[in-house]
Ligand binder design. Structure first.
Ligand code: MV4
Length: 393
């Protein structure tokens, strides 16, 4: 069924939970995982929602409010508006204060929706109106905010975990700069260099809202290594295995523990980040046809394995990739002592994967790993656009 009649249908899911006498529900990383209404309904049905409270989901889902909360807590945010803006005039005033170029963002936005760059006063009105209209149409919300535009940033996020007793820890970072149209393609650890400093800020951010369960603090990191809070994700994320590999901590187990009212099993001192991990998202899509989704029957699968190779997948021989859902088929995660070794391991693991019957992005992933700039670690959020403008090979 389409997701509106399955994984997005709160009534059906809760009915199934009641019938099955489920104590709790893990909402995963898509669908209703950041839906405050669903979290609230779970609690009303006496089913524990494995995640933060509806109140926190709401608070962080509102990006301009989250920004305000972080400013008040002393967490660095991108220079920009202190209060939400609703009109071109208010927006332009802030834009002139921070200086062009600026990013115009919708408070309810995400994944690049309701977001526009304005490079000068002349184009501001046009872009503000376009972004706001997109937000009204998509999210029924005209609340906007303005940020200074950060050129060629890296997307660096921190995994955090909190419990009911006010303990909050961070489990290191993930660089998710390798994205295509706001969809992450590859995620990895970066150097330990900024880990302590940024990690402490991430913990401060989570503590400011009494955060409980797993969450991610997203930062923009600029060329001069300045970092700014961008958003908080109130769920476990697709790329969490990267963190599990380098920390040795089972994040889902930890989520269930804290949801059950137990304290975190680890303190910050216990958490040692070791080695390097990379995750490649293997999607059913055709890079030769502008990455068009490619549902259909998988006729043959071979899944790689070995030391430091992890595969998270649901596919098997004869599996039919449905057209109604996300095109992600598999997450291939490798772990090794350093980045160069992890890249080498990922290249051989990707070479071992066999998925026949449909198109996938495996060759595209391989091309990224072969890229010289990538191998040097010279990446930012413009990487794919720069080196693979319209990948057809
Ligand atoms: C930015 C930015 C530069 N400056 N904000 C894109 C998605 C949304 N969550 C925020 N995004 C950005 N916000 C300022 N002030 C650049 C991006 C951006 C980006 C961020 C993370 C990962 C990939 C990206 C690709 C294009 C733009």
């Amino acid at each position: 069924a389409p997701s509106t009649e399955s994984y997005l249908d709160m009534e059906r899911i809760l009915t199934a939970c009641v019938v099955m006498k489920a104590d709790a529900i893990h909402p995963g990383f898509g669908f209703l995982s950041e839906n405050a209404r669903f979290a609230e309904l779970c609690e009303k049905c006496n089913i524990r929602f494995i995640g933060p409270s509806a109140e926190i989901i709401n608070k962080m889902g509102n990006k301009s409010e989250a920004r305000k909360t972080m400013m008040a807590a002393g967490v660095p945010v991108v220079p920009g508006s202190k209060e939400p803006v609703y009109t071109v005039e208010e927006g332009l005033k802030t834009a002139k204060e921070v200086g062009f170029p600026v990013m115009i963002k919708a408070s309810s936005g995400g994944g690049g929706k309701g977001m526009r760059i304005s490079r000068s006063e002349e184009d501001f009105t046009e872009h503000f109106n376009a972004a706001q209209l997109e937000s009204v149409k998509g999210f029924s919300d005209d609340t906007m905010y303005i940020e200074k535009y950060i050129e060629k940033p890296r997307h660096v996020e921190f995994q955090i975990m909190g419990d009911k007793f006010g303990h909050v820890v961070h489990l290191g970072e993930r660089d998710c700069s390798i994205q295509r149209r706001h969809q992450k393609v590859m995620e990895e650890v970066i150097s330990p260099e900024l880990r302590k400093k940024m990690g402490e800020v991430a913990v401060k951010a989570a503590k400011a809202v009494n955060y409980e369960n797993a969450g991610t603090i997203e930062f923009l990191l600029d060329k001069d290594k300045n970092f700014y809070f961008m958003e908080m994700n109130t769920r476990i994320q697709v790329e969490h295995p990267v963190t599990e590999m380098v920390s040795g901590i089972d994040l889902i187990k930890e989520q269930i523990r804290v949801a059950a009212g137990e304290p975190l099993s680890v303190s910050q001192e216990d958490i040692q980040i070791k080695g390097h991990a990379i995750e490649c998202r293997i999607n059913a899509e055709n890079p030769k046809k502008h990455f068009m989704p490619c549902p259909g029957r998988i006729t043959n699968v071979h899944i790689p394995g070995g030391n430091g190779v992890r595969v998270d997948t649901h596919i098997y021989n004869d599996y039919k990739v449905p057209a109604n859902y996300d095109s992600m088929l598999m997450k291939l995660i490798v772990y090794d002592k350093d980045r160069a070794s992890a890249i080498a391991k990922m290249r051989s693991a990707l070479g071992e994967v066999i998925i026949e019957g449909i198109e996938t992005n495996i060759d595209f992933q391989y091309e990224i790993l072969e890229n010289e700039a990538f191998q040097k670690g010279d990446t930012d959020t413009g990487f794919i656009e720069k080196y693979f403008p319209d990948y057809i090979k």
